[in-house]
Design a protein around this ligand. Structure first.
Ligand code: TYM
Length: 333
C-alpha cells in the first residue's frame, strides 16, 4: 500500500534553513519515491492566526510554492495547494473542535510560546490552531507526516482527536492515526545567535537565521557572525554537551553534507571554528544558492505558480470532498 504523506508550511515569509533542513528537504525525498502519495499544503488559514497584510500574504503564498518547487518538489508528482481553497479544511476543523477537549489544547506549548504573557489578547484561531492542523492531516487519510520536532506535540494531539472521534461515533479506523516523520539529528535547527532557541521566522534579528532567499554574501556574513565558543571542535559527540551553538553548526553541516554528526566531528576534530566556518559557508552557498536563485526566477512566473495552486486545489478537493461526505453521514448531518 502507498504511504500517504501530508505536510504543511505557513506562508509567513522568511522561510529559513530550519524549515528546509527540518521539513522541506525531507518532502523532496518523499516526493521522489514512487511508493508515496504526497500532499504539500501552503497553510494560509494557519497564517492568519496572527495579523497579516493581505497583499504580503498573497505574495508569501506564491513564495512558499516557489520554495517547494525550487527545492525539488515536482508538482506533477505531488499535490501542492493552499489550504483556503479547499473549504473542507475549515469545516472539518469545526467538527473536530467539538471532539477535541479544552484540557488537551491547554497543554500545547506552542500556543503558550506564541501567545506570550498576554494570552487574553491572542486570537481564538491561535488557540485552536492544532485542531485545524488535525483536520488537514485527517482529511487525506494521511499515514505519515514529515515535520520538525516543534510539531510533535500537535501530531500527538491529532492522534488523540482521531481516536476519540472514531470511538465516539463507533467508526473503528475511520480516521487513520498518522505517524510523525521526524529526522533524528536534524529535527531542530537552532538560532545562529542563541543555541537554546530554535531558528525561527519571527525572531527579530535577521542574523539569527539563514533565509532561503539569502545571497552568497549574506550567507557568508551570517556564518562569520554566528555565535560559537572559544574551544576547538571536539573529537567526540559527548564533548559537545552544553556547547549548544557549536553543536548546532556541526548539525547544519552534517545535514547539508549527508554525513552523520559523528562523521562530521571526526572530519573537523581539533580544528578551530574559523576554519570550520569557511567549510560551512561553502557548503551552505553550494546547497542554498541554487535554491534561492530558482526561487527568484519562479517569483517572476506568477501565472505558473498560480496554475500549480489551482491544479493542486482541484486534486485536493477531489480527495477531501469524498472524506467530508462520509463525515457528514457519520455525524448525522
Ligand atoms: P511552520 O510553517 O512553522 O514550519 C514548517 C516546517 O518547518 C519545521 N521547522 C523547523 N524544523 C527544524 N528546525 C527549525 N528551527 C524549524 N522551524 C520550523 C516545522 O516543524 C514544520 O515542519 N503547524 C505547522 C504547519 C502545518 C502542518 C499541518 C504541518 C499546518 N498543518 C499539517 C504538518 C501537517 C507550522 O506552523 O509549520
Amino acid at each position: 500500500m502507498k504511504k500517504k504523506i501530508f505536510s504543511g508550511v505557513q506562508p509567513t515569509g522568511n522561510l529559513h534553513l530550519g524549515n528546509y533542513l527540518g521539513a522541506i528537504k525531507n518532502f523532496v525525498k518523499l516526493n521522489d519515491d514512487p511508493e508515496n502519495h504526497c500532499v504539500f499544503c501552503v497553510v494560509d488559514l494557519h497564517a492568519i492566526t496572527v495579523n497579516q497584510d493581505p497583499k504580503e500574504l498573497r505574495e508569501n503564498i506564491r513564495e512558499t510554492v516557489a520554495t517547494f518547487v525550487a527545492s525539488g518538489i515536482d508538482p506533477k508528482k505531488s499535490i501542492i495547494f493552499n489550504q483556503s481553497k479547499v473549504s473542507a479544511h475549515s469545516e472539518v476543523a469545526w467538527i473536530l473542535s467539538c471532539t477535541a477537549r479544552m484540557g488537551w489544547l491547554n497543554r500545547m506549548t506552542q500556543f503558550k510560546e506564541k501567545a506570550g504573557k498576554d494570552k487574553e489578547k491572542a486570537s481564538i484561531g491561535l488557540y485552536s490552531y492544532p485542531i485545524l492542523m488535525a483536520a488537514d492531516i485527517l482529511l487525506y487519510d494521511t499515514t505519515h507526516v514529515p515535520v520538525g520536532d516543534d510539531q510533535k506535540q500537535h501530531l500527538e494531539l491529532c492522534r488523540d482527536i482521531a481516536q476519540k472521534f472514531n470511538n465516539d461515533f463507533k467508526v473503528d479506523n475511520f480516521f487513520k492515526l498518522p505517524e510523525p516523520l521526524i529526522q533524528k539529528e536534524f529535527s531542530r535547527i537552532m538560532s545562529l545567535k542563541d543555541g537554546s532557541k530554535k531558528m525561527s521566522k519571527s525572531e527579530l534579528s535577521n542574523l539569527s537565521r539563514i533565509n532561503l532567499t539569502d545571497s552568497e554574501d549574506q550567507i557568508i556574513n551570517k556564518i562569520k557572525k554566528a555565535k560559537t565558543d572559544t574551544l576547538p571542535i571536539p573529537s567526540n559527540i559527548d564533548e559537545l554537551n552544553g556547547r549548544l551553538e557549536a553543536k548546532n553548526l556541526l548539525i547544519i553541516y552534517s545535514s547539508l553534507s549527508g554525513l552523520t554528526l559523528e562523521k562530521t566531528i571526526n572530519k573537523f576534530a581539533e580544528k578551530n571554528f574559523s576554519e570550520f566556518k569557511k567549510n560551512l559557508s561553502q557548503i551552505l552557498v553550494d546547497k542554498i544558492n541554487p535554491i534561492s536563485q530558482e526561487i527568484k526566477k519562479l517569483l517572476n512566473e506568477k501565472s505558473y505558480l498560480d496554475k500549480i495552486l489551482l491544479e493542486g486545489s482541484k486534486n485536493a478537493n477531489q480527495i477531501a470532498s469524498k472524506k467530508i461526505e462520509k463525515i457528514h453521514e457519520i455525524v448525522g448531518f
